[in-house]
Design a protein around this ligand. Structure first.
Ligand SMILES: Nc1ncnc2c1ncn2[C@@H]1O[C@H](COP(=O)(O)OP(=O)(O)OP(=O)(O)O)[C@@H](O)[C@H]1O
Ligand SMILES: [Mg+2]
Length: 210
């Protein structure tokens, strides 16, 4: 933890409900007079959002896996130094949709890049900033992909990857949660939004009272 702030991240495969839950949580925290900084990866700063556009551009299907990894790391380094660290130092609650775990899972478990290299790049990019709690919204990948298709019509470059790729991501998140159960909390994301939110609240409330 940096300063007096609280750093909360949300992870999970596409359509798991991250945005839905983050909006509820930030609204409730703001209503309870907490100073909330809402952000996302890749993105969160002007530079990082430009890198995000490069990463998610459907025309970039020829992007090499290592290029992708380095762009994520660059985006994260800027995000940490410009947004996350300063906000935590000011005592804010920072909520990010995706963070370093996403790179371990997507580039490591998903694309098969070397986990040691990824962890090293994350170590560089995060500058020692680790989430206090990470919610892993877990559900069968097909259900998540169906939710995304219904809500948006089209799929972006990453979402178009095959179902097996997403299955590896789900397995990756579960593996991380087993390795660090005190930080990563598996949430049943197949339930209704209210039920999902109740699981999150049960974990957040004790942290707020510290
Ligand atoms: N618990 C739920 N049950 C059913 N539908 C849901 C649930 N949570 C979210 N949805 C719907 O599923 C779609 C995807 O949700 P959301 O955008 O919150 O997911 P996400 O994890 O942020 O997705 P992405 O990875 O694409 O950013 C939305 O249409 C949302 O309304
Ligand atoms: Mg989202």
């Amino acid at each position: 933890m940096v300063g007096r702030g609280l750093f909360i991240t949300f992870e999970g495969t596409d359509g798991a409900g991250k945005t839905t839950q983050i909006q509820r949580l930030s609204r409730d925290l703001k209503n309870a007079n907490y100073d909330v900084c809402l952000t996302r990866e890749p993105g969160g700063t002007l530079i990082s959002e430009q890198i995000r556009d490069m990463l998610l551009n459907p025309d970039h299907s020829e992007m090499a896996a290592t290029t992708e990894l380095l762009l994520y790391a660059a985006s994260r380094a800027q995000h940490v130094s410009e947004v996350i660290k300063p906000a935590l130092t000011e005592g804010k609650i920072v909520i990010s949709s995706r963070f370093a775990d996403a790179t371990v899972v997507y580039q490591g478990y998903g694309r098969g890049l070397d986990l040691d290299r990824i962890n090293y790049l994350n170590w560089m990019a995060t500058d020692g900033v680790t989430p206090d709690v990470t919610f892993v919204l877990d559900l069968p990948v097909v259900i998540g992909l169906q939710r995304v298709q219904k809500s948006r019509g089209g799929l972006d470059r990453l979402e178009r990857e095959k179902i097996e790729f997403h299955q590896r991501l789900r397995d990756g998140y579960r593996a991380l949660a087993q390795q660090e159960p005190q930080r990563l909390k598996i949430i049943d994301a197949q339930a209704t939004p209210d039920q999902v939110y109740a699981q999150i609240q049960a974990i957040i409330q004790p942290l707020l009272q510290k």
